[in-house]
Design a protein around this ligand. Structure first.
Ligand code: ADP
Length: 422
């Protein structure tokens, strides 16, 4: 195995996003769900281990991250990448600072960068301040996030509150002067006792320059943007000579279906669009599940005769008013769990009936479906829309899976995704 880059991502859809970026930049990449238990396929350049460590207690996040690091080091990865959200989702208690600290200690390194910038998705860092679109992070909707409210846009300050190590800044002036200037600034920061540097970036060119300057760092911490700039280093060192496109996979053929458990605006529009196009659709009502109706059996009985000639949609997607009404009656957590259980049982039933190509909408929903299908890893294929690639599950009976975070994708996402498969 010649693994080059080992990544630890603090959530599932963030891991897919990063893996997609690496594939785009020419590295063959697999995403593992948790620390790998099964062997990886041969011929892989990068692996992304997806954890659920963004909002867990800091001690748990550290333990899980160190277990992932141990596996990646044993697998021979030459560089480590800790991936967090491009909006730097964290609290003063963690988990970005504590996990970075623990990884630095374990790797015995005294310097790394922290750069959540992802200009293509309108996340830019300037003078250490993170912007979301045209406004500061602290003025964006992240201000009122239920778990990680971001009320300070100055990342040097934000990170300094999470770590005892000295945090510094590599400003855009330096970044725009190129990789050598960035590396020189890293040296001077090191001599000032700075151990973690927030780095400004407002364009893909900046990401490429920063990436080049990170060639010698054992650990990089970042959003997914920096991933664009790292593969060039391996290529330059003669370690990545692949000519064939990194996203070329042989997808399994078979029946198709769509499962939607997201109620996000983008998914609502996608579901409505698919139905308008004349595709068959079956709505799941959480109140009927709660009343004891065997909705799973009903959905499967409905879908089975349709699978030969169409790609039926089974959805719990509903309007905000409807969701509120259901949550008032059942409680938000119970409603979510009932729907996730039903949809994942339906996914399992569909695969049993010969479905080999499956689209799932919703982050939590995807996690539940992948768990029910016993998928422990995904080979990352071509991008359908930004942040959502087609993937192929690892193992003897692979599935083509498109796992879409709720708000991702254009209105015709489902049909667009189908048009890319054989
Ligand atoms: P997203 O990526 O859009 O956040 P998720 O799948 O992560 O989507 O989360 C959506 C949550 O809403 C899931 O827990 C799902 O079970 C739940 N849910 C889906 N449909 C309904 C509904 N009609 N009423 C209440 N909860 C629902």
């Amino acid at each position: 195995m010649t693994l080059l880059l080992g990544c630890i991502a603090d959530d599932f859809t963030g891991a897919t996003d990063l893996a997609g970026m690496l594939v785009r930049a020419g590295m063959r990449t697999v995403q593992m769900i948790g620390v790998p238990q099964a062997p990886l396929p041969p011929d892989i350049d990068a692996v992304v281990i997806a954890l659920k460590s963004r909002t867990t207690p800091a001690g748990d996040a550290i333990d899980e991250s160190l277990a992932a690091l141990k596996w990646l080091k044993t697998a021979g990865c030459r560089q480590l990448y800790f991936k967090y959200c491009s909006t730097f989702d964290s609290t003063d208690a963690g988990n970005i600072g504590p996990v970075t600290d623990a990884l630095m200690r374990a790797l015995n390194t005294r310097f790394t960068i922290a750069c959540p910038a992802f200009p293509e998705n309108k996340r830019t860092v300037f003078k250490g301040y993170l912007f979301v679109g045209d406004v500061l992070l602290s003025e964006s909707s992240m201000r009122d996030h239920p778990l990680t409210p971001m009320r300070d846009a100055n990342l040097v300050r934000v990170l300094q509150r999470q770590t005892d190590r000295k945090v510094g800044l590599i400003s855009h002036e330096t970044v725009s002067a190129g990789a050598t200037a960035i590396a020189t600034r890293m040296d001077s920061l090191r001599s000032e006792g700075v151990e973690i540097a927030i780095v400004d970036a407002i364009s893909n060119e900046d990401l490429m320059r920063i990436g080049a300057a990170c060639a010698g760092l054992p650990l990089v911490t970042a959003g997914s943007g920096i991933a664009l700039g790292l593969p060039q280093n391996f290529r330059k060192a003669g370690l990545l000579n692949r000519q064939a496109a990194a996203d070329q996979l042989q997808f399994p053929q078979g029946l198709r279906a769509v499962i939607a458990g997201s109620c996000s605006a983008a998914t609502q529009a996608q579901v409505a669009h698919y139905i308008d196009e004349g595709q068959p659709a079956f709505a799941i009502d959480p109140l009927r599940i709660a009343a004891g109706v065997d909705v799973v059996a009903q959905a499967l009985a409905w879908a089975t005769p349709l699978l030969r000639d169409s790609a039926p949609l089974i959805y719990a997607t509903a309007s905000p008013d409807n969701v509120k009404m259901v949550q008032t009656q059942l409680g938000a957590e119970r409603a979510g769990a009932l729907v996730e259980q039903a949809l994942s049982a339906i996914a399992w039933g569909l695969v049993e009936r010969g479905v080999r190509q499956l689209i799932v909408a919703g982050g939590e929903t995807s996690g539940a479906v992948v768990g029910a299908l016993d998928v422990d890893g995904l080979h990352i294929g071509p991008q359908i829309d930004p942040g959502v690639p087609w993937t192929k599950s690892l193992g003897d009976a692979p599935l083509a899976l498109a796992l879409k975070s709720g708000n991702f994708g254009s209105v015709d996402f489902f049909t667009k995704a189908w048009s890319m498969l054989p």
